[in-house]
Design a binder for this molecule. Structure first.
Ligand SMILES: Cc1cc2nc3c(=O)[nH]c(=O)nc-3n(C[C@H](O)[C@H](O)[C@H](O)COP(=O)(O)OP(=O)(O)OC[C@H]3O[C@@H](n4cnc5c(N)ncnc54)[C@H](O)[C@@H]3O)c2cc1C
Length: 321
């Protein structure tokens, strides 16, 4: 059985290898890469291959070659909203980590237009805005991950959302074609956008307004302090596990359902913020999913709310909670 698996895997590896030679790929290619090291939760099996392209052309060629050869592609950014299956991820995982340039496109009378590549850490953008006194993204202070992940899930906090400052987004579609999406298409919602899962976000143009440098800095500082006091930022988590229902806070419901410190394996509901699950060291995706099930069931039984996941579950195993 193991032998059959190995032969099948070697065949897949060979096909995957061809993708890189046939596409003149520039970047890093890591076979059987442990995904743990690429997520803030530090959970997950191996990716068949993790590709880290150095330029947009490599992304484009890679996507069309993968499509031709029927190999699935999974984009990842900073891995701060991801639960990777214990069984790992089949096909090619594309990390945007090397696409991390940011530059001023235009200075306007009332603000600035910035070009930000998908692999730029979101906090690099927040820091730039704070230093220069541009307003619009102060509430995003402290949110980990990259610009691409933030755009895809319309990251937000304290009433601020990345979607409100986006002017356009450049993507590679599953056919390997470049497309520029305008805000009308993006339709940013609560932790969602209309960008299809099969697309790779390359960059975004954002527009920030001129503000008072001291006011902006003070707001960033205040939001950061509030975040640090209310969320377990230094522990291994993937942020909020569940979305807030329309008229309630998921964290409060989970807390009131008596779930704080509930554990499955080495995954525990945080005592500081009940909507954060912490990997205490050797947590597995199966433990995480089991804990989600228990919490969901308790909240449903006690309060009648059907909690929906905010985290993205990726990889083999078929379960998408
Ligand atoms: C301590 C902590 C606090 C957090 N606080 C907040 C918060 O206040 N508000 C909030 O909104 N989130 C929060 N998060 C969640 C997370 O940081 C955000 O959702 C973040 O924007 C995800 O970005 P990422 O680059 O890490 O994406 P990833 O986790 O790598 O990916 C998330 C999803 O986006 C897709 N994706 C990533 N990059 C691309 C790309 N280039 N093209 C196409 N698809 C892509 C992935 O396939 C996946 O489906 C928190 C997380 C942690 C760990």
């Amino acid at each position: 059985m193991n032998l059959i698996f190995n032969i099948a895997k070697r065949k897949t590896d060979n096909v995957i290898q061809e993708i890189f030679t046939d596409s003149n790929f520039r970047g890093d290619v890591l076979f059987d890469e442990p995904m743990k090291g690429h997520t803030t939760l530090r959970i997950g099996g191996f990716a068949d291959v993790l590709a880290v392209p150095r330029d947009a052309i490599s992304v484009r060629n890679l996507i069309s070659e993968a499509r031709d050869k029927n190999i699935p592609v999974t984009p990842v950014g900073g891995g701060s909203n991801l639960l990777v299956a214990d069984e790992g991820i089949g096909g090619v995982v594309v990390s945007t980590a090397f696409l991390n340039r940011m530059r001023v496109v235009e200075k306007l009378d009332d603000g600035i237009r910035l070009f930000v590549e998908a692999g730029s850490p979101l906090q690099k953008v927040v820091h730039f805005a704070k230093e220069k006194g541009y307003t619009g993204i102060e509430g995003l202070a402290g949110i980990p991950g990259f610009m691409g992940g933030a755009v895809k899930g319309n990251a937000g906090s304290f009433g601020y959302e990345i979607g409100t400052v986006i002017e356009s987004v450049a993507i590679i579609n599953p056919y390997g074609k470049l497309a520029i999406l305008d805000p009308g298409y993006l339709d940013p919602g609560y932790r969602s956008s209309a960008i299809p899962d099969e697309c790779i976000i390359l960059s975004a143009n954002i527009r920030l307004q001129k503000g008072d440098v001291h006011d902006v800095a003070r707001r960033v500082k205040d939001f950061l302090r509030e975040k640090r006091e209310s969320q377990p930022l230094s522990e291994w988590s993937a942020g909020c596990v569940f979305k807030n229902p329309e008229d309630a806070r998921a964290g409060r419901l989970i807390d009131e359902a008596g779930c704080k410190h509930l554990k499955r394996g080495d995954v525990e509901v945080s005592g500081l913020h009940a909507n954060f699950f912490i990997n205490r060291g050797s947590g597995r995706a199966a433990d995480f999913l089991a804990l989600m099930d228990v919490v969901k069931e308790r909240v449903m039984k006690l309060f009648g709310y059907e909690l929906e996941p905010e985290i993205k579950v990726v990889g083999r195993g078929g379960r998408c909670c």
